[in-house]
Design a protein around this ligand. Structure first.
Ligand SMILES: [Zn+2]
Length: 83
């Protein structure tokens, strides 16, 4: 709970592409994988990828061994990008 409110200014965070498009249309803030909420609007290429987002993102891709028996099943593949 330190004062980390500037993190989204220094990192590129992973966000669902759908949400980004939504945000671009409505101007509403996006929520990154790490929980960061902000309104995008700068060049993500200038920033390193947020380590927390990266960790979560990689965990989602590689850990396919939970809850595969029964419920769910139609998990759409969601694309993420960082910004
Ligand atoms: Zn992040």
């Amino acid at each position: 709970m330190s004062n980390g409110d500037g993190d989204h200014e220094r990192y590129a965070h992973y966000v669902q592409k759908d949400k980004i498009m939504e945000s671009a249309l409505s101007g509403s803030p996006v929520v990154a994988l790490c929980g960061k909420v902000w309104v995008p609007g700068r060049d993500p290429k200038k920033y390193p990828v947020c380590p927390m987002c990266k960790e979560i993102f990689e965990g989602m891709n590689t850990g396919g061994d939970k809850g595969k028996d029964g419920k769910g099943g139609d998990k759409k593949s969601v694309s993420y990008t960082h910004l």
